[in-house]
Design a binder for this molecule. Structure first.
Ligand SMILES: Cc1cc2nc3c(=O)[nH]c(=O)nc-3n(C[C@H](O)[C@H](O)[C@H](O)COP(=O)(O)OP(=O)(O)OC[C@H]3O[C@@H](n4cnc5c(N)ncnc54)[C@H](O)[C@@H]3O)c2cc1C
Length: 627
């Protein structure tokens, strides 16, 4: 790892020059945001740009945005909490400006009218939660990327509620095929074998398209591992011959894919590093993936000759905007807040290049206000709320280092489940325990703007898997032209390389792996992350002419220590009816405080975040006898 010098990787220049040559020099300050927190009243770091999507460096849950929540977790705000009373009162205060919180505001206005006063509080400098937009500028051209939520997609169909909301926002889910270009036609996949886990550094093209014997023949593997991997990918053997299809499915649900490969397919333990390059829904890995999930869809080897019960599958439609589902958040804000966008009638196309006016988000003249850089540290009832009580809940948040309070007739917690017990201390103990059950998945979406993608075209690939790599893979960003936005059409044009990282600790239970991965992420400083990014790209693509020092024009690291909502699996979670699941127990209304957010659905998707927003609104209305 050490053989590449800083100069060769382009790390010798000052950050303001190396990341932003030809681009916007907006965000370097965030790479080293202040950790100092004044007298228990922390300040979220003030970024240097008034247009957050253009900030580069360390984004996502960036330093300075979350410390107050950790202080709440550590008990720093226990007991009576002093705060400056702003005198502001709202019909509804929403904690969290992600898709769930924004949808809740939308549904509340639909139910009670646009003039109802709503305040949305979010700790970040940008709205959308995980659905974040990244923008680069290179040689006068705006290049968009998604910092989190990638697409409209889901393993189950959208509910009527979420589909209707998208339709109201001017989105036609059947129309996506109109926008995807053919720029990457003919490009396939490759796998990067690293010398730390295989015999040498080598990029082998044709993953999944070349015949497996040829693919593995080119890979730097020992003869025994090569033969073993070739066998598992080609032989047609039923490794569980004595079970009926139903019994097989049941068995596979309770054994990990790793154990299945070792115990039943008799693979060599030395072959397993190859499988560490695969990640599955909700970032399970070979050791935490139920073998049943590996068998579904026929993507993984080992099940070719096995009869299994038929599954009914019905997926949601697919739609990808250049900034991912940040577009959904932007459309919602355009409907909720007059002046936040040039028009309140934007649709799936006209929204793409529409500039957001951040200064208009918290305008006292509007009935709905969105207040950023505001971390809520307490939501508590004021006395015992009767149905008629107006000022039912006091909400305290920290902004610019100051604690401020507002009141609301209702509050919706559209944040993270695990933070709620710390900021709503009066919740019943059983509910607190249920809210603590889940452990969100740590994730990093790294966007690297490169000046061209000639090395990729030369190799004939658009995506690279990197078993055991710092990032588990890298791919050319989606080729989508929509609403006047043009993606790269030729290899000579700049493009974003999207890289995915999911730190974990193989061998431990999944939730434990998530916790360790999260701690690792929070401990990493930006310079170390940047070195890993440059080094990995150099090692993977250097042979095809890539030069990190010359070719990289900008980097945005979207770090999500609290990423996907936790979803249950058949290995680590008790098999109980839904009503006994922690997310259902945890999301009960508490007086005037309702709980939205994707965690409350036990599902990490946009549609469920929307559905939870709608459910929470209904509960608010019921709590006040309004329906
Ligand atoms: C990297 C990534 C990729 C994904 N890709 C997809 C995809 O392709 N398709 C899909 O359907 N889904 C995807 N998901 C899941 C999807 O993004 C989420 O399910 C959904 O956006 C969650 O919305 P939410 O509003 O519930 O939560 P969030 O988006 O997390 O929003 C909650 C907001 O509340 C804020 N908050 C938390 N505590 C406080 C507090 N105390 N005070 C103030 N604010 C607070 C948070 O910081 C955050 O901004 C992805 C998620 C991640 C992390």
């Amino acid at each position: 790892m050490g053989e590449w010098t800083d100069k060769e990787l382009g790390l010798h220049l000052p950050i303001a020059r190396r990341d932003f040559i030809g681009g916007v020099a907006a965000g370097a300050a965030l790479a080293t945001a202040p950790k100092a927190l004044a007298q228990g009243a922390p300040s979220t770091a003030a970024p240097t740009s008034d247009y957050p999507p253009a900030l580069t460096g360390l984004r996502g849950q960036y330093p300075g945005s979350f410390e107050a929540a950790h202080m709440a977790r550590d008990g720093d705000f226990n007991g009576e909490l002093q705060a400056e009373d702003s005198g502001e009162h709202y019909d509804l205060v929403i904690v969290g400006g992600g898709i769930s919180g924004l949808s809740a505001a939308y549904f509340y206005r639909q139910a009670l009218g646009d003039d109802r006063k709503i305040l949305i509080l979010d700790n970040h400098d940008d709205f959308g939660g995980h659905a974040k937009r990244n923008e680069f500028t290179y040689e006068g051209r705006t290049i968009l990327a998604y910092g989190g939520t990638m697409s409209i997609e889901s393993p189950f169909p959208y509910s009527f509620t979420s589909k209707k909301l998208l339709a109201d926002l001017g989105v036609d889910l059947t129309s996506y095929h109109r926008y995807e270009t053919k720029a990457y036609e003919g490009l396939g996949s490759a796998t990067f074998f690293d010398k730390e886990h295989f015999l040498a550094d080598k990029l082998v093209t044709g993953t999944g398209s070349k015949p497996w014997p040829q693919f593995f023949a080119e890979a730097p593997l020992t003869p025994a591992v090569r033969a073993d991997l070739t066998r598992i990918y080609t032989e047609k053997v039923n490794y569980l011959p004595d079970l009926t299809p139903e019994a097989r499915a049941e068995y596979l649900r309770h054994i990990s894919y790793q154990d299945y490969l070792l115990k039943h397919a008799k693979m060599l333990p030395e072959s397993l590093p190859f499988f560490l390059g695969h990640y599955f829904r909700n970032n399970k890995r070979v050791d935490t993936l139920p073998a049943w999930e590996a068998a579904l869809g026929g993507r993984m080897p080992g099940f070719a000759a096995m009869e299994l019960p038929k599954q009914i599958t019905a997926e949601a439609q697919h739609f990808h905007w250049p900034d991912g589902n940040a577009t959904v958040a932007r459309l919602l804000v355009s409907r909720l807040i007059p002046g936040a966008f040039p028009s309140d009638k934007l649709d799936q196309e006209s929204v793409v290049l529409a500039p957001a006016r951040y200064a208009a988000l918290d305008n006292p003249a509007n009935s709905t206000r969105l207040r950023l850089r505001s971390m809520v540290i307490r939501a508590e009832h004021i006395g015992k709320p009767a149905r008629q009580t107006e000022k039912a809940v006091r909400v305290v948040y920290v902004k610019d280092g100051k604690r401020v309070s507002v009141t609301g007739a209702n509050v919706i917690m559209a944040c993270f489940n695990m933070v709620i017990p710390f900021i709503v201390p009066d919740l019943p103990q059983a509910q607190k325990e249920a809210l603590h059950y889940a452990s969100k998945v740590p994730m990093q979406y790294t966007n690297v703007l490169v000046k061209n993608w000639r090395p990729w075209a030369k190799l004939g690939v658009k995506s690279i898997g990197a078993p055991n790599g710092y990032h588990i893979g890298a791919s050319l960003d989606y080729p989508v032209d929509i609403g006047g936005y043009k993606s790269a059409h030729t290899p000579d044009e700049p493009v974003v390389i999207h890289m995915v990282r999911n730190p974990n600790q193989p061998g431990l239970p999944r939730k434990e792996q998530n916790r360790i991965g999260r701690a690792q992420m929070l401990a990493e400083e930006y310079p170390a992350i940047e070195r890993e990014i440059r080094l990995q790209l150099q090692r993977m693509l250097g042979g095809a002419g890539f030069n990190a020092a010359r070719d990289i024009a900008g980097i945005t690291v979207n770090r999500w220590p609290h990423g996907y909502a936790y979803t249950y699996d058949t290995l680590g979670d008790p098999d109980v009816p839904d009503e006994q699941r922690p997310h259902v127990i945890g999301r009960q209304t508490f007086g005037r405080i309702a709980i939205a957010n994707a965690d409350a659905a036990g599902s990490a998707f946009t549609n469920t975040a929307i559905d939870m927003g709608e459910r929470a609104v209904q509960e608010c209305l019921i709590s006040r006898g309004l329906i």
